[in-house]
Write a protein that binds this ligand. Structure first.
Ligand code: FES
Ligand code: FES
Length: 136
């Protein structure tokens, strides 16, 4: 199958590969697997004091589309709030990368990974987030 140019670009020059300290209170870690193919994606975000995601890293053991999807998502989440990051849908990813139907689940993996990372961050910082909300 032919990969789109954007997939190849992210696959050959993946952005933000690596790890953040998962014990850091401001780091959220999402680890998800795709039952269909066994591919695994780890995606991490680090939220700054201003509530914006200041860094994101990923490690993906999977196909080119999964690597490209996670690379793209780490670029997209930077500068966003965690709730804005939750609004990223796999359809946006699939559209940007021009993924064929058989590769849609690779973009779902990336959406699931960002959701899991935000959930982990929120679980660690639930009290902090509520306080921030009260301060409006
Ligand atoms: Fe093998 Fe995704 S199915 S790498
Ligand atoms: Fe399974 Fe891409 S083939 S994540």
């Amino acid at each position: 199958m032919a990969y789109s140019e954007k997939v190849l670009d992210h696959y050959e020059h993946p952005r933000n590969v690596g790890s953040l300290d998962k014990d850091d209170a401001y780091v959220g870690t999402g680890m998800v697997g795709a039952p269909a193919c066994g591919d695994v994606m780890k995606l991490q975000i680090k939220v700054g004091k201003d509530g914006l995601i200041e860094d994101a890293k990923f490690k993906t053991y999977g196909c080119g589309s999964a690597i490209a999807s996670s690379s793209l998502v780490t670029e997209w989440v930077k500068g966003k709030t965690v709730d804005q990051a939750l609004a990223i849908k796999n359809t946006h990813i699939a559209e940007e990368l021009a993924l064929p139907p058989v590769k849609i689940h690779c973009s779902i993996l990336a959406e699931d990974a960002i959701k899991a990372a935000v959930a982990d961050y929120k679980a660690k910082n639930g009290a902090t987030l509520e306080t921030a909300a009260c301060n409006g």
